[in-house]
Write a protein that binds this ligand. Structure first.
Ligand code: UDX
Length: 437
């Protein structure tokens, strides 16, 4: 059991903090946002994430998880400090490291004994070396420290499960002392024989970007395959399944749709391209994936226009606003550009999402007409477009839907509806790459 401080209580920090406490460590989660810390101390979770409240409650009750806005004191008490603050996209697509560097300065000023400083946030290759220099320069106590890169691969919506049962743990360090402490921090996973990759800091930093960029490439690739399948009467699901039967390809992340969004893929792909540029290496494949992803939003809009060439004054029910199911996150959600396009064309947009509607209004469209149920959103609509694969939408009663709508037009941008049923009920429909069904 180790004494840990996690700086930053966003998705990665909060889930990691609670997860590390569940592994038996004593964890203090800290954040400069006093409001967030107050909420957490009252047992309220600032984000929607299945299973997180139970995990936080359990570890708080056990006394192994606590929250404070006193970052300095939390740093002084800890042996291992995880930096889990945001690294948003800055100018030119590079990762903005200001928050990470501010935390490093605080650590330097409070380095009262040997500590391990571990980056959990996605940071570009070279950041570990940069932090080492910064802390050495700013630390007056001259206490020893080691830098570790321990990138996190959790997905929103399944973050708790992903953290507690990861496919692999990456530990980047050149220090044996740090390695042995980190092995202790992740002891339950070592016992479970979770694959551990122990490497140097730059390799660990790159593993995260290479993994996310590769997945983004996979998605853009299958989206382009789907677009061609639509033109030639093929079914992308059959194609993806057959491709996936080749063990070298794997069927995962070959689901077509409106393009990837969220807090990671869009910014990590841009950051990797930017880092490559800085070193004279062109990531042409990743650049193409980014361009294809942007184009995919327009391709979905084109499908709407195929069914309703004149959108002005038409009522469009947008079902699903979150960038994917099981999250209230709307960062880089395809719904943003698609609603923007519909507004530009003069359509009357009505939106429904089980939990992300408020965020969509708060961050993007203050005047968005959001409805509290699917039935309400689709009543009298000229067209329905599905943008998030919520289970509730998978189970949409199509017969009742048809009765409620003014005209039976539907764009299923997530391929979650039964094509047979759509045909049977006489819907005019479009999906992504299934014209051959
Ligand atoms: C991702 C990585 O999976 C995770 O390892 C990393 O730590 C953070 O970034 P996340 O953004 O939470 O996680 O969601 P993920 O489930 O990976 O989906 C990302 C985007 O790709 C979503 O917009 C999703 O809709 C889209 N996607 C995913 C597809 O369009 N098709 C697929 O087959 C899979």
């Amino acid at each position: 059991m180790r004494k840990i401080c996690v700086v930053g209580t966003g998705y990665v920090g909060l889930v990691s903090g609670a997860g590390l406490a569940d592994f038996g460590n004593e964890v203090i989660c800290t954040d400069i946002d006093q409001g967030k810390i107050d909420m957490l101390n009252k047992g309220e979770i600032p984000i929607y994430e299945p299973g997180l409240k139970e995990l936080v409650d359990r570890t708080m009750t056990s006394g192994r998880l606590s929250f404070t806005a006193d970052v300095e004191s939390a740093v002084r008490q800890a042996e291992v400090i995880f930096i889990a603050v945001g690294t948003p996209m800055g100018d030119n697509g590079e990762a903005d490291l200001r928050a990470v560097e501010a935390v490093a300065s605080t650590i330097a000023q409070n380095l009262n004994a040997y500590k391990i400083i571990c980056t959990k946030s996605t940071v570009p290759v070279g950041t570990g070396a940069r932090l080492e220099k910064l802390i050495t320069a700013e630390c007056e106590s001259k206490a020893e420290f080691d830098i570790v890169s321990n990138p996190e691969f959790l997905r929103e919506g399944s973050a708790v499960k992903d953290f507690l049962n990861p496919d692999r743990v990456i530990l980047g360090t050149s220090s044996q002392r740090a390695e042995s402490v980190m092995r202790d921090v992740y002891r339950p996973l070592f016992i479970n024989e979770t694959p551990m990759v122990i490497t140097n800091v730059p390799s660990a930093e790159m593993i995260k970007y290479a993994s996310n960029a590769f997945l983004a490439v996979k998605i853009s690739f299958i989206n382009e395959v789907a677009n061609l399948a639509d033109k030639v009467g093929a079914d992308v699901h059959t194609i993806a399944r057959a491709m996936g039967l080749d063990g070298r390809i794997s069927s995962k992340f070959l689901h077509p749709g409106p393009g990837y969004g969220g807090s990671c893929f869009p910014k990590d792909t841009e950051a990797l391209v930017h880092t490559g540029d800085q070193h004279g290496v062109q990531f042409q494949v990743v650049q193409a994936a980014i361009a294809a992803n942007k184009a995919q939003r327009s391709i979905i809009l084109d499908k709407v226009k195929e069914l309703l060439p004149e959108l002005s004054g038409k009522v469009i029910a947008v079902l699903g606003l979150a960038f994917k199911a099981n999250t209230d996150d709307v960062r880089d959600t395809p719904a943003f550009e698609i609603i923007q396009g519909l507004n530009r064309a003069g359509a009357v947009v009505r939106a429904y999402d089980p939990i992300a509607a408020e965020n969509m209004k708060q961050y993007f469209f203050p005047d968005l007409d959001t409805r509290s149920s699917v039935d309400d959103a689709v009543q009298g609509a000229d067209l329905v477009i599905i943008l998030t694969e919520w289970n509730e939408l998978r189970g949409l009663g199509l017969e009742a839907l048809k009765h409620r709508m003014k005209s039976p037009n539907i764009v299923d941008a997530r391929n979650i509806l039964s094509v047979d049923q759509l045909k049977e009920l006489g819907f005019n429909y479009r999906n992504v790459g299934r014209s051959g069904v």
